[in-house]
Design a protein around this ligand. Structure first.
Ligand SMILES: Cc1cc2nc3c(=O)[nH]c(=O)nc-3n(C[C@H](O)[C@H](O)[C@H](O)COP(=O)(O)O)c2cc1C
Length: 377
């Protein structure tokens, strides 16, 4: 089990009672920053217990909001919080669970010191991660202790860099392109995984950004012939519906994606006008979507393997639109035990490409462009 201990953020000195001391503006801001970093660290407590004192509760609520969790107020985490309280509060949790406690000093620092055997003092807004074996919460290892200043620095480093704003990318070495040419970081890292993280969902903000990227693609005559049917895993019924439209081979791995999208082309903008470039434009929009997703650390796998007519029926898609492809999106999973042998092999295989000389010509068909040869302009 993984235990997270958070000391409340900076609070007002004065209030009608100690119980009602609120976080200061700075305290709130810092906790909000820390919470964003906690999210990036992938902290996912199944329970967040907070002392009912206002400054702890506000701290817990800001963190819980960022992590998409709820808060349980508990007197146990109030002054006097100790090992017996941790035992009681974790009694019904499983060995794989993560749990967070938001409370006060000196009890929090004393408690973490007792569990880990490390003499430490937690700053306001600080966070300690303690791993224990199974559910034996009396003794554990201090994995790290983050002071608020470090959170601030980590938050700064998460701000968009010039080229890539960098959600966390986790492309394995064999999937990076074997090329001497400089490529944009996102192009380098894009590939089509089958191993998706089965727990981490794509939040609304990220999803909107991904869809917005598609919206701003170029298109022939600005006809914008793309339409997207979106099914997040969190909506089990919709997700199943979208999954059922995929060919079975794709279902085997796409079932673990965080999100499925059915991409549809507007093929007949007018009854007598077939838009020949609709699929080109749809592909372009999906291309932008894929790159924007990767900028958030979300990987995409496109699929032609769908049943278009089943999609039409399932979603009552009018005849002037053509269900075209599907896209599975999600964070990557390092562990691939949930996949079959062939999929694991696929994940381990290097990516192959035709040589530029096979695809870039000058003068006449299939004559490789002269500039491709070394030493030529
Ligand atoms: C339009 C399109 C359709 C695809 N259809 C499928 C599919 O049905 N099933 C699948 O597993 N992969 C599918 N792929 C993924 C390709 O196999 C993959 O992009 C290709 O092998 C290159 O690998 P990379 O994307 O990792 O560079 C599709 C990709 C595109 C762009």
């Amino acid at each position: 089990m993984r235990l997270y201990f958070v000391r409340h953020g900076i609070a007002e000195d004065l209030a009608t009672s100690d119980f009602d001391r609120e976080l200061t503006k700075r305290g709130r801001r810092r906790v909000a920053n820390s919470a964003k970093v906690m999210k990036r660290l992938g902290i996912k407590p199944s329970q967040i217990y907070s002392s009912p004192r206002l400054r702890a509760r506000q701290t817990a609520e800001i963190v819980a909001d960022a992590l998409g969790r709820g808060v349980t107020l508990s007197e146990a985490v109030n002054f006097g919080f100790d090992r017996a309280d941790v035992r009681r509060l974790t009694r019904n949790l499983s060995a794989d669970d993560e749990v967070m406690f938001v409370g006060h000093n000196p009890d929090m620092s004393i408690l973490v010191s007792e569990i880990t055997g490390v003499d430490l003092s937690m700053k306001k807004g600080g966070l300690a991660r303690v791993d224990v074996i199974g559910r034996a919460v009396d003794e554990g290892e201090l994995v790290w202790l983050i002071a608020p200043k470090v959170f601030d620095a980590l938050q700064d480093s998460a701000k968009p860099a010039a080229a890539t704003s960098g959600g966390k990318l986790s492309t394995p070495a064999q999937k990076l392109p074997a090329t001497a040419q400089p490529l944009h970081n996102l192009i380098k890292h894009r590939w089509s995984p089958v191993g998706f993280n089965r727990e981490r969902d794509i939040d609304r903000e990220t999803l909107l950004s991904i869809l917005e990227a598609a919206r701003w693609a170029a298109s022939s005559a600005n006809l914008q012939p793309w339409r997207f049917i979106v099914a997040p895993r969190s909506d089990a019924a919709e997700f199943q519906k979208a999954l059922s439209v995929l060919k079975e081979g794709n279902q085997t791995w796409a079932q673990y994606a965080a999100l499925l999208i059915i991409a549809v082309a507007h093929r007949y903008p007018k009854p007598d006008y077939r838009h020949a470039y609709a699929s080109h434009d749809l592909g372009l929009a999906v291309g932008q979507m894929v790159m924007q997703a990767l900028d958030h650390g979300v990987y995409a796998h496109q699929m032609a393997g769908i049943y278009p007519e089943k999609a039409r029926e399932t979603y009552q898609i009018p005849s002037e639109f053509e269900p075209f492809t599907a896209i599975a999106l999600g964070y990557r999973s390092e562990g691939l035990d949930h996949l079959g042998e062939s999929q694991r092999e696929r994940e381990a295989a290097p990516r192959q490409r035709k040589a530029l000389s096979e695809i870039v010509f000058t003068g006449s068909w299939a004559r490789p462009a002269a500039f491709l040869s070394a030493g030529k302009a």
